[in-house]
Design a protein around this ligand. Structure first.
Ligand code: SF4
Length: 205
């Protein structure tokens, strides 16, 4: 089966919006400041963006707060007109969904559940806010399964009746741009994905 080019899908959508001059309201799930940097700048001229920091997977809580504050600092220093909504720290749903899958490597079932949970929360919140669409910064990461993220987002969009914005933010050197922006704004770049299991895996090499 031919691979779907999600980056091209986003570019075509944005070209359409530029042609009509229409700006859509977008709820953008954000995992951290580095992944949000390129993503926000890339989307900014076509969307009225609200950033949604919903990441109960991140441990410990101090790390969660640090990543969230770095994201707030980035948005403020970029001078963008972007609202941020953050969820209170509540890791219980994450540990419930990860139960039985703690030892799996990244990109396995634990990660699929973790991503599905965060995208579902984003879709539900987008719906409550009356946003036109939702998406996530996660497709910028070369460590994440871009196909899974887009299929999961598309399915949730159908289920909850809110359009999913397909993306692959790695395109056009997006990942490299995020590293350059991280240096420029001295952003904290974590060396583990987020959960306690990914941290342990990193520590154990
Ligand atoms: S490794 Fe990352 S994506 Fe996977 S469960 Fe942990 S925090 Fe979630």
């Amino acid at each position: 089966m031919a691979k779907i080019n999600y980056g091209r899908m986003l570019d075509e959508k944005m070209a359409e919006l530029r042609k009509t001059g229409e700006k859509l309201s977008l709820l953008l799930h954000a995992c951290c400041a580095p992944c949000s940097s390129h993503t926000l700048l890339y989307l900014y001229d076509c969307f009225n963006i609200t950033v949604y920091f919903c990441n109960p997977n991140i441990a410990p809580e101090s790390e969660y707060i640090y990543r969230k504050n770095e994201l707030k600092r980035l948005v403020s220093e970029l001078g963008l007109n972007v609202k941020i909504i953050d969820e209170d720290y509540d890791s219980a749903p994450f540990y419930a969904l990860a139960k039985g899958y703690e030892e799996l490597p990244e990109r396995g079932e634990r990660c699929r559940r973790c991503i599905e949970y965060r995208l579902r929360k984003t879709a539900e919140t987008a719906k409550k806010l009356g946003a036109n669409c939702f998406t996530t910064t996660l497709t910028i990461s070369p460590h994440k399964d871009c196909d899974f993220i887009n299929q999961c987002g598309g399915n949730l969009g159908d289920e909850l009746d809110i359009p999913w914005l397909y993306s692959d933010f790695k395109k056009h050197d997006g990942y490299k741009h995020s590293i350059d922006l991280s240096k420029q704004y001295s952003l904290y770049r974590q060396d583990y994905c987020g959960c306690i299991y990914s941290r342990k895996a990193k520590e154990n090499g």
